[in-house]
Design a protein around this ligand. Structure first.
Ligand SMILES: *[C@@H]1O[C@H](CO)[C@@H](O)[C@H](O)[C@H]1NC(C)=O
Length: 178
């Protein structure tokens, strides 16, 4: 009984997570003092009906909107790339504006529609946010269609911004597992 309780607490403490209204779950944890691990669990509907997915991060105190967001961009189901939004329009590759590609070990598991990747807590790149444990952030998400190999703008209902804390205890909007 005690053992079970402790196991549950340990499992819960492993990662912070948020369940997004579109059906995806984003999880994060800090494996060491320099890196943050992310896991994005998509749903088959997204894979079937969309061509790209984006996850963005902004500091809590920044103005709402895409401008200055640090974007992890996924052309489904390729591996993600490190991008940045200069304005409320299509993000651009960090490497095209003098930044670096700072997505480490990206993987996609097609059986579970799950992406995993790691980012440095502080990449030193001006086009990345520092990912400080226990700090508050705005999390942006969006998905849209492709036209050939060009990502098209998302529709209004296919994007949102939610407030998160990059803490391993954070747990928001997920239905409790049995
Ligand atoms: C974040 O908060 C947790 C729980 O309060 C604490 O154990 C941990 O040390 C904090 N991390 C940092 C980097 O302050």
């Amino acid at each position: 009984m005690n053992y079970l309780l402790i196991s549950c607490l340990l499992i819960q403490a492993f990662s912070g997570r948020i369940c997004l209204s579109i059906g995806w779950t984003l999880e994060w944890s800090f494996p060491d003092s320099s890196n943050i691990d992310f896991k994005l669990i998509l749903i088959s509907d997204t894979i079937d009906n969309f061509g790209w997915v984006g996850i963005g991060l902004k500091y809590d105190e920044e103005e709402i909107g895409m401008a200055n967001a640090d974007i992890t961009n996924f052309i489904l189901t390729d591996l993600p790339t490190d991008q940045y939004s200069e304005s409320n329009s299509e993000p651009i590759y960090d490497i095209d504006i003098g930044g670096n590609e700072n997505i480490i070990n990206p993987l996609y598991d097609k059986k579970t529609f799950t992406y995993t990747w790691t980012r440095p807590i502080n990449s030193g790149d001006i086009y990345d946010k520092e990912h400080i444990e226990n700090d508050s952030y705005q999390l942006l998400w969006a998905c849209g269609q492709m036209s050939e190999d060009i990502p098209l703008k998302h529709e209004r209902e296919n994007r949102d911004t939610v407030n998160i804390e990059l803490s391993e205890e954070f747990d928001k909007d997920c239905i409790a597992e049995a």
